[in-house]
Unconditional design. Structure first.
Ligand SMILES: [Zn+2]
Length: 292
């Protein structure tokens, strides 16, 4: 727990009596049982526990990046956002969470100090191997909780490949459930005018999920869109070519309350996706045989 009253998960933590803890009632002020919670995160389990936990559960695999997010957000933004959304989903529905893959595909941020990236082919192969090892333990339904748009194309390839191998891999990205109208509603017209990277939207999410790592006083508004096209063409700018601060949009207009609404939508969408995947026979999630 940090000094500001937040747990290491960035969730507000109600004080628990010894009795509550003894009964295994609540952790982090949330609704999961200690026993259930203890069977949720793969990195905390022994192998006999993993054998039980992995039976019939969807596995969530958070991934992100180690990449600059303007002057006001931490390098961990994308992977920690993915991880914490997964942690919040686990409070509402039984899943297993595999250890987070922090690094992703971010070479376009290379001029900003601290950004680390892997090649897309390495990222793809790494993901394939992780999921193939899960498959060897009987896991056939995986949801990658992806926090970084630069990983999307590679993850889509991974999903297609694994589908042919008998594993259903869905990619969940929190921002896809946030359309323009919802952004305008929760952020206001001006703040929602430009979103993309460490903008008002992502900054609001950071203020909700990891306020202890945020430096909102250092935020700078940058009124340009992400990777602007040139006469309709994409010329593969690096981030530094269109923003020297590293972000776009209006992070000074970010609000924690907006982050609460975004995170709530993100978590409920993720849980709905997991339920949908569970409700389907595996054969419906995999490649069909040839037409007769
Ligand atoms: Zn980001």
């Amino acid at each position: 727990m940090s000094e500001d009253g937040l747990s290491e998960d960035g969730l507000s933590e109600d004080a628990l009596s010894e009795d509550e803890l003894a009964e295994g009632a609540l952790l982090h002020g949330a609704t999961y049982l200690v026993g259930y919670r203890a069977m949720t995160r793969l990195r905390e389990l022994t192998w006999p526990e993993a054998r039980e936990a992995l039976r019939d559960r969807v596995v969530l695999l958070p991934v992100g990046s180690v990449e600059q997010h303007g002057r006001h957000m931490p390098l961990a933004t994308d992977h920690i956002t993915a991880e914490r959304i997964a942690f919040l989903a686990e409070e509402r529905h039984p899943v297993v969470i595999a250890p987070t893959l922090a690094y992703g595909i971010s070479p376009h941020h290379r001029q900003f100090w601290g950004t680390c990236w892997v090649r897309s082919e390495l990222f793809r192969d790494f993901m394939l191997d992780i999921v193939r090892s899960l498959k060897s333990h009987g896991v056939m339904r995986v949801v990658v909780v992806n926090g970084h748009g630069g990983n999307s194309a590679a993850l889509s390839e991974v999903g297609q490949t694994l589908r042919q191998e008998g594993v259903s891999l869905a990619v969940y990205e929190w921002w896809r459930g946030i359309d323009d109208e919802f952004s305008r509603q929760i952020l206001g017209e001006a703040a929602a005018a430009i979103t993309g990277h460490a903008c008002a939207l992502e900054t609001s999410v950071g203020l909700q999920l990891f306020p202890e790592w945020m430096k909102p006083e250092a935020a700078v508004d940058v009124p340009v869109g992400w990777a602007p096209p040139v006469h309709g063409g994409q010329v593969h700018f690096d981030t530094v070519d269109f923003t020297e601060h590293g972000n776009v949009g209006f992070p000074t207009l970010a609000r924690r309350e907006a982050g609460v609404a975004v995170v709530e939508r993100a978590v409920s969408n993720l849980v709905a996706l997991v339920r949908w995947i569970e409700s389907r026979p595996l054969s419906e999630l995999l490649a069909r045989p040839h037409l007769g």
